[in-house]
Design a protein around this ligand. Structure first.
Ligand SMILES: Cc1cc2nc3c(=O)[nH]c(=O)nc-3n(C[C@H](O)[C@H](O)[C@H](O)COP(=O)(O)OP(=O)(O)OC[C@H]3O[C@@H](n4cnc5c(N)ncnc54)[C@H](O)[C@@H]3O)c2cc1C
Length: 467
């Protein structure tokens, strides 16, 4: 289990201490019972209901540094929030201090150098809408609602990764507040060891307060979805596997097995062609559009931001969610049949299986070049249970059973941003040969494991003490 309650015995702060903290902030300090507190503890996942002792809604990196210093002084456990979209609710901690970056949304674009500097509280959709008017964009995740901060730090897989790599492959620099409360610039030439760790190491090494991205001329993309009934699932999924695995860098295709209003159990094959020659894209996509008897075909040239918004209605804020996930290398027919059986056993119309195809440029970066180690071509698959009411036990059981059913086919190592509560061994598997180097950097930058409410890489001292 991730630790949700205070680990250190917090020392008591006084009203005067809080007044001093509040006076030094550009942002707000929120406490239980205060206006705005309940709104500030809402996450995307409505099933997460936690009560932090303090929420610092930061406006600046100085606010972040002050919150870190305060938490250290009073031994308060901290969580860090950017978009608040993590399904496990890693952004919120019971009884601790939340360092909330969700108000930090500035973006500046240098179109001549094709660079954007963005704050982590932006959603992916907000970021894209800020850069797209310049005809520029970079890899993001799949839907608009995710926070830029968390999506970037875990690695960032998305529609453009075949051509431009992961989100982290497009990061030029970070601004970071360390566990010691120091503000650092981190890039290939400044604090290069930390630059390596932040590209995939999640929230383990510091609080990122700004990110500089390399942008690319993209758009419009040729994108949309072809929808089939699950009645033809065997043929459609075999076609999907063969078509996606042969796709060139410019074309990324995901599959989503979900229940759609007016259609019922369906398979959505969602494609994004991001090459310059849309006629070539039409030719590439023709077999996808001509296969079987699609019920719907929405593929057309569209702005990248429009593609990002396509899946948003399926995952609204405040619904209850529970995910399990796994990786599959090239799946055989037996794996596809087991996956279809999982889809056919769903317990809720709001549940989906989402299949992300990790390929192309994202897989050609050597595994030791960034902390993110899963550089092989594979499918990252999320069993996303969703429900509106009740305790969710049946839906959570479906997510767990689906994972268990697929375990015989799964490959080792799961993307940290898709992990649930798997624990230390799974985190090691995710980082593979990079893990020991990450531990060494954790020892250097966060030896007390101040940043531990995440997919945690423990410093050696804690592992030795059996903590
Ligand atoms: C519906 C859905 C779709 C998704 N699709 C994709 C996808 O296509 N591609 C993909 O790569 N991921 C995807 N994800 C996973 C997503 O990237 C992670 O959940 C990510 O953590 C969300 O970022 P956030 O800023 O909203 O996180 P939050 O919930 O705000 O934070 C999660 C954790 O990330 C860390 N963190 C966040 N911001 C910072 C920061 N600024 N500094 C230090 N640590 C920080 C902290 O440990 C924090 O507790 C998806 C998730 C969902 C729920």
């Amino acid at each position: 289990m991730l630790e949700t309650s205070a680990i250190n015995k917090a020392s008591v702060y006084t009203e005067a201490d809080l007044a001093t903290l509040r006076a030094g902030l550009s942002g707000e300090l929120l406490r239980p019972g205060q206006a705005g507190y309940d709104g500030a503890r809402q996450l995307w996942n409505g099933a997460v209901d936690r009560y932090p002792a303090l929420i610092v809604r930061c406006q600046t990196s100085q606010d972040v540094a002050q919150a870190v210093t305060f938490a250290r002084s009073y031994h308060l456990p901290v969580s860090v929030r950017s978009g608040g979209h993590n399904t496990n609710g890693l952004a919120l901690i019971d009884d601790g201090l939340v360092i909330d970056l969700s108000q930090m949304k500035q973006v500046t674009v240098d179109p001549a150098r094709r660079i954007a500097r963005a704050e982590p509280g932006l959603t992916l959709g907000e970021f894209v809408r800020a850069v797209e008017p310049y005809g520029l964009v970079t890899t993001t995740g799949t839907c608009s609602g995710n926070g830029l901060g968390g999506a970037t730090l875990g690695g960032g897989i998305g529609w453009l990764m075949g051509k431009y790599g992961l989100i982290i492959d497009n990061v030029r620099a970070f601004e970071v507040v360390t566990a010691a409360g120091r503000l650092l610039t981190v890039s290939a030439t400044a604090n290069a060891d930390l630059f390596w760790a932040l590209r995939g190491g999640g929230g383990n090494f510091g609080i990122v307060t700004a990110i500089e991205y390399q942008l690319h001329p993209v758009g419009p993309v040729l994108a949309g979805m072809v929808i089939h009934s699950q009645a033809n699932a065997q043929a459609v999924m075999r076609f999907y596997r063969d078509f996606s695995s042969a796709a060139p860098d410019e074309l990324t295709v995901y599959a989503v097995l979900a229940t759609l209003p007016e259609i019922g159990p369906a398979i959505m094959l969602i494609a994004c062609y991001c090459g310059e020659d849309l006629a070539a894209g039409e030719r590439l996509l023709a077999p996808l559009r001509q296969f079987g008897q699609p019920l719907v075909d929405t593929i057309k040239p569209m702005a990248y931001s429009e593609l990002l918004a396509l899946l948003d209605p399926a995952a609204p804020d405040g619904r209850n969610y529970h995910d399990t996930a796994y990786s599959l290398k090239q799946p055989g027919d037996d794996a596809l049949d087991a996956l279809i059986a999982c889809a056919q056993a769903v317990t809720s119309p709001f549940t989906a299986i989402v299949i992300h195809h990790v390929h192309g440029a994202a897989t050609r970066v050597p595994a030791q070049e960034t902390a993110f180690a899963l550089r092989e071509t594979h499918y990252a698959i999320v069993n996303a249970a969703g429900w509106e009411e009740g305790d969710g036990a049946a839906h959570i059981a479906w997510a767990k059973e689906s994972l268990a059913r697929m375990q015989p086919f799964a490959s080792r190592g799961l993307y940290v941003n898709f992990m649930g509560y798997e624990g230390e061994a799974a985190v090691r598997d995710a980082y593979r040969a990079n893990y020991e180097r990450l531990v060494a950097l954790k020892n250097k930058y966060d030896p007390t494991n101040f940043f531990r409410f995440n997919q945690n890489i423990k410093p050696a001292a804690q592992t030795e003490r059996g903590l």
